[in-house]
Design a protein around this ligand. Structure first.
Ligand SMILES: Cc1ncc(COP(=O)(O)O)c(C=O)c1O
Length: 421
């Protein structure tokens, strides 16, 4: 990074918000970005799993430009606009909940989670929410409270809202089998008292928590137990939504439907937008004006989201995910057999996590080796980040529109970087 930019950052930006990337981005197109020194990178960070349809997709940009020429803002609760109505209609049509649904639009994943909890508490008349260790739900207070990863998200920021507790997420590689996690969930809800539990909130695949997928069996049983105990099931699909798992939604992928789901990140091609979709009966239970947001349902972001849906409908994106996933999984599993420090390769669709350990026998997490691989990858032109409770999982979050040649290039760079250890 140039001295000037470094000085500007140090003078103006809080230390805790210092960016990882050591330069400023000046241009991006689909899966490629260029920094101000002209260096080109394959972007497998993708704005943190946001650019499912790539940077500046022409269909998304066209919709946005048209909207910009008309108007940029109108608070939906006062003066509605067609973009938001069309988008909610589309989400209701596509999200696989088996009754009629309604959709409410906000600005960020955290805000969607906050609202999902508000709605679940209101509808059920109960207060307690069960979430999962390792889960990440955002940085507002309720979302922080629900997050099951202390450092860096919660450390020093408490107290958090009451009536939240965490149970074990299934993590086969670390000895928490599906049945063990289900047993733990049952005793957890008994201890809390099922009469006061409004909802259980879960990611279909842990994101920040280490790219750990929950199985169809686990989620189906979780739903069964929750419903037997009059507990609502909320899927946090902020990261799994819109194609990343190989199906339009994570819910389609696992064949289990929730009562309420949250969506954000990739749904608007890089514009801020999030959604809460849920059974109509639940969504309609709230009193007049009990939910809302000034900027939620921005007509510009909604235009972008409609563009993203057009891309999904017209460009075989889910087929891409299947092809990308095959290439990536084959390469990464090969590397796993060769390298003692690659403990596990896992995930739905292109949401693949590579867990790095000191060696396969002892399985001690090695953040150090993971960060070395990430650093080598960046030097070789591939952007990646880590995740996991111990920071030792490397995750892939590239656009689903990446050309196959660039998926192969990403795998070549990753292999070279692993071989440099
Ligand atoms: C599963 C999940 N939920 C919620 C959030 C919070 O989203 P946002 O950063 O848009 O508030 C994230 C962000 O990474 C996430 O991965």
């Amino acid at each position: 990074m140039s001295k000037l930019v470094q000085d500007q950052l140090e003078a103006n930006i809080p230390k805790a918000w210092t960016p990882t990337f050591q330069s400023t981005v000046i241009k991006a197109s689909n899966a490629e970005i260029w920094d101000k020194d002209g260096n080109r990178f394959l972007d497998y960070v993708g704005g943190y799993a946001v650019l499912n349809t790539g940077h500046v997709h022409p269909k998304v940009i066209a919709k946005v430009k048209t909207q910009l020429d008309n108007f940029t803002h109108s608070c939906f609760a006062y003066a509605p606009h067609q973009n938001a109505i069309d988008l909610c209609t589309e989400v209701n049509k596509r999200y696989p909940i088996d009754t009629e649904t309604k959709t409410f639009l906000v600005n960020s994943g955290a805000e969607a989670v906050e609202n999902a909890i508000k709605i679940a508490r209101y509808y059920s008349g109960k207060q307690h929410i069960v979430a999962f260790k390792g889960g990440f739900h955002g940085r507002t207070y309720m979302a922080m409270g629900l997050t099951g990863k202390e450092n860096p998200y919660k450390k020093g920021f408490g107290p958090f809202p009451d009536f939240i507790s965490h149970t074990d997420y299934p993590y086969e590689y670390r000895g928490i089998t599906d049945d063990q996690a289900l047993e733990n969930f049952i005793s957890h809800i008994k201890n809390v008292g099922t009469d006061n539990i409004a909802a259980v909130l879960i990611e279909i695949q842990l994101g920040e928590g280490g790219y750990i997928p929950a199985s169809e069996y686990f989620l189906a049983e979780l739903k069964k137990i929750a419903h037997e105990n009059n507990i609502l099931l909320i899927f946090d699909e902020v990261q799994t939504g819109f194609g990343r798992t190989g199906e339009m939604f994570g819910s389609n992928k696992v064949g289990v439907t929730p009562d309420i789901a949250t969506l954000a990140k990739g749904i608007a091609g890089g514009f801020p937008l999030a959604a809460v979709v849920g059974r109509s009966k639940i969504m309609d239970s709230i009193h007049d004006a009990g939910i809302g947001s000034t900027f939620g349902a921005s007509p510009v972001s909604c235009a972008a989201a409609l563009g993203v849906l057009e891309v999904f409908d017209e460009e075989n994106i889910l087929e891409n995910v299947k092809n990308h996933s095959e290439i990536m999984t084959k390469n990464l599993l090969n590397l796993q057999t060769e390298k003692d420090f690659i403990g596990d390769v896992r995930g739905y669709g292109t949401m693949i996590g590579v867990e790095i350990v000191e060696n396969k026998k002892i399985k001690n997490p090695s953040k150090d080796i993971a960060m070395q691989i990430i650093e080598h990858s960046k030097d070789n032109g591939l952007l990646l980040v880590n995740c996991g409770l111990e920071g030792n999982v490397i995750r892939f979050m590239g656009p689903l529109t990446t050309p196959i040649t660039q998926v192969q290039e990403a795998m070549e760079i990753f292999t070279k970087s692993v071989n440099a250890i």
